[in-house]
Design a protein around this ligand. Sequence first.
Ligand SMILES: Nc1ncnc2c1ncn2[C@@H]1O[C@H](COP(=O)(O)OP(=O)(O)O)[C@@H](O)[C@H]1O
Ligand SMILES: N[C@@H](CCC(=O)OP(=O)(O)O)C(=O)O
Length: 369
Amino acid sequence: MSAAREAVAAARRLVVKVGSSALTTAGEGLDARRLDALVEAIATRIGRGTQIVLVSSGAIGAGLAPLSLRKRPGDLATQQAAASVGQLALAHAYAESFGRYSLTVGQVLLTSDDVVRRAHYRNAQRTFSRLLALGAVPVVNENDTVATEEIRFGDNDRLAALVAHLIGADALVLLSDVDALYDGDPRDGATAKIAEVTGESDVDGIKVGMSSSGLGTGGMVSKLAAARTAAAAGIPVLLASAAAAAAALDTADTGTAFTAADSRLSARRFWLGYAAGAKGRLRLDDGAVAAVVRRRRSLLAAGIIGVDGEFEAGDVVDLVDPTGETVARGVVGFDAGELPAMIGRSTHDLPSEQRHEVVHADDLVPLSR
Ligand SMILES: Nc1ncnc2c1ncn2[C@@H]1O[C@H](COP(=O)(O)OP(=O)(O)O)[C@@H](O)[C@H]1O
Ligand SMILES: N[C@@H](CCC(=O)OP(=O)(O)O)C(=O)O
């Protein structure tokens, strides 16, 4: 058994995320039987002394039938109307189902600001910790009815990875309608199951596609991104089918397991690397990429070849390599307007007030890819 599976099986605090496609059926709405089976698996694990936060999608899917909508709407306003109706049905179904095990649920609807802004992040942390201490099961979803296109998470896989870090979870379990990660989109025919992801080389070049059910949002693309985010931050991940929830939450001997990085990022560095929104980009030459990513040095003006975006000193920016790939993120020390005259110049050639790092090493997080 891999270390990641052992960690999931032994976790004292877990985030379990379930997708729309595992809870709802197109045209029929919420499937009470599948929801009950999931709740049974979670309640059993809670019975073993594990604290669980459930991130559940399905509000939009559950709201379709009551509003006589035949398929998932494409426009935001109708999606929000469906989520508004469906979230109530979803919360009611969970309250009733967990009630069979005398467990109380608490609904937590989050917007991206709640996990992206640092002050809000701490506030959300307090709420979760209190709910768990009181023995309740937090049931989380994005607050779809108030989210706008710009600030939306859109997919709950990422939200689940952020919540897992926020609550200090020992592991993250992503439950979907597919039983594992495959080396190609299973709809394209023969593909092989990937049981363990221990590093980037295990997923390099595999083909991941979008949702097939018409109910889910991000497909395997968002699941893989979320699993990588969590694993890079030190949280092992198990991706499995919701139908196998009992096994996933018991022995973890099913699905795809993602090995976590050795060290857990501090809340600040996790926020910086994965939660905060970037206001712009600094394009780096190869030498600067090596310095900041491999040698963990500060970024100096000499290694910057381009600046994009409107940002101010103190904002978060992406650091990209010459091919355009984001290799790190950090808090920038200068306004966007100041940088063009500085870039490419060595520090001692700059006026004295500009003789400091553009991004200090303490405020810089290299990303796994
Ligand atoms: N490489 C892959 N491995 C596994 N599933 C994949 C892959 N590429 C695409 N998929 C599709 O992703 C779907 C799961 O995503 P989605 O429907 O968004 O789930 P959820 O509603 O649980 O978030 C699967 O049903 C599958 O068709
Ligand atoms: N917040 C939306 C879910 C969005 C979402 O990520 O869905 P999914 O890809 O099924 O996990 C809802 O409750 O319908």
